[in-house]
Ligand binder design. Structure first.
Ligand SMILES: [Zn+2]
Length: 72
């Protein structure tokens, strides 16, 4: 099962969570807010690590998510 790393846009809490479905709703464990963004392989935040986006024909051009609304 994939473990994804998220960061809350509200309180800057970073956390990891198991995601069972791709459309899983993830809430921040700190403030319970749902405005979180996936870090890991989706959108590259961490300096020193460069993620090469897969050349998918659909979805976000800069990350592998097909429903990315936070990385632009
Ligand atoms: Zn939060």
């Amino acid at each position: 099962m994939p473990i994804y790393e998220y960061k809350c846009a509200k309180c800057d809490e970073e956390f990891e969570t198991l995601v069972f479905r791709s459309d899983e709703n993830v809430a921040c464990p700190h403030c319970k807010g749902g405005n979180v963004r996936r870090l890991m392989s989706a959108c590259s935040y961490k300096s020193g690590e460069s993620y090469v986006p897969s050349s998918g024909s659909s979805g976000c051009s800069t990350c592998s998510s097909s429903n990315c609304s936070t990385c632009h």
